[in-house]
Write a protein that binds this ligand. Structure first.
Ligand SMILES: *Cc1c(COP(=O)(O)O)cnc(C)c1O
Length: 361
């Protein structure tokens, strides 16, 4: 044959930027609020910079990350859009945040005292997770001090943010409580003389399910890469994980496979070796399937750190064939949602868990 297909040399995660653009447009079409593309945890494992670029090109206007380190990665890549970093210890380099034009979320008086002159601040209120953000009892004092700092010309308070604990279930009464807590918090901020132009509460699920939560900006992470935590809106999967078959062997009935011999071939069969394991983010304790040459085949024996074994039975599998671990599901391959179910977790954990040996393309 004149054309030789390039052989896949390693496990690859192929990121579909058109899917990210389409998902972004779905969000911009569902709201009049600004859309912040949340690209924390390396863009949910898809690559922070590429996801950010695709989302900005498709209508997102802000970027959001957890740590300042993540924010600086975006700036280093040349991205000029406004960036908010919302979770930093007191030892973070707040001078660099100001120098590099990164907005900072402030959850406490201690943080407020440390942010640099000229910083654009989003006051962060805990609206029901007992996690990040100021406790409701600490909120009035935080607003008062922020207003003092603003009048002194040290900072500008441009946002108030909250986050909902149970948005993946739109019927959960905690959503009403979270919204009420947020509205109270904004009211308290206004009573202290603050005029935050950006009130933001909603992430993916509440943006899709409850327009009351949109306010001035929505923060979309999972939804960009095709995950609706409430499983109500079909979005486009952006990640396909494949790996090459390393070798294929015939085994007799009764042959034990892998550490601990947890599986024995029930009949004569053929086994394919795949260079992916829990060191690459494949959950170890699952009963799962992959797809090879269009056919679903079970993973057998214990998943090792670097490799797993697939029972391909009589399928015509050769070394070099492509194993689809997960993808959009349109060709019958498993999806990220399947893997999350098999592993007893959520899709987020599957996509953010992929290790560094997996080549992003
Ligand atoms: C991760 C995160 C988001 C994005 O949530 P998704 O459900 O992934 O859209 C928004 N806000 C905060 C504070 C977050 O930590």
């Amino acid at each position: 044959m004149a054309v030789t297909l390039a052989r896949q040399a390693a496990a690859e995660a192929v990121v579909d930027l058109d899917a990210i653009a389409d998902n972004t447009r779905l969000f911009t079409s569902r709201t009049r609020a600004q859309v912040m593309a949340v690209v924390k945890a390396d863009g949910f494992g898809h690559g922070a910079v590429v996801v950010a670029r695709a989302a900005l090109d498709a209508g997102a206007t802000w970027l959001g990350v957890t740590s300042l380190t993540e924010a600086l990665e975006l700036r280093d890549a040349g991205l000029r859009a406004p960036v908010l970093s919302w979770l930093n210890p007191l030892g973070a380099d707040f001078e660099v945040a100001a120098d590099r034009d990164v907005d900072v979320a402030v959850p406490s008086l201690d943080h407020l005292a440390l942010v640099a002159r000229g910083t654009r601040v989003h006051l962060h209120l805990d609206t029901g997770l007992a996690r990040d953000g100021a406790e409701p009892e600490a909120w009035p004092a935080l607003c008062a001090e922020a207003r003092r700092a603003e009048r002194a010309g040290r900072i500008r308070v441009i946002g108030v943010m909250g986050h909902l604990a149970c948005a993946d279930d739109p019927d959960d009464p905690a959503n009403e409580e979270g919204i009420a807590a947020f509205e109270d918090g904004v009211e308290v901020a206004r009573r202290h003389g603050l005029r935050p132009a950006l009130r933001h509460l909603a992430a993916t699920a509440s943006t899709l399910n409850d327009p009351r939560t949109h306010y001035d900006m929505v923060r979309i992470g999972a939804g960009l890469v095709g995950i609706d935590p409430s499983h109500r809106t079909p979005l486009k999967t952006a990640l396909t994980l494949t790996a090459p078959v390393v070798s294929v062997r015939r085994v007799r009935a009764g042959t034990p496979v892998g550490y601990g011999h947890t599986w024995r071939a029930p009949a004569d069969t053929r086994l394919a070796l795949v260079p992916l394991g829990y060191g690459d983010g494949v959950p170890r304790g699952v009963e799962a399937e992959v797809q090879i040459n269009g056919k679903r085949c079970p993973i057998v024996g214990r998943i090792s750190m670097d490799q797993l074994v697939v029972d391909v039975q009589d399928a015509d599998t050769k070394p070099g064939d492509t194993v689809v671990v997960f993808g959009p599901g349109e060709g019958g391959e498993p999806t990220v949602a399947d893997w999350a179910r098999w592993a007893g977790t959520i899709e987020h954990e599957i996509v953010t868990g992929l290790g560094r040996r997996v080549v992003r393309r």
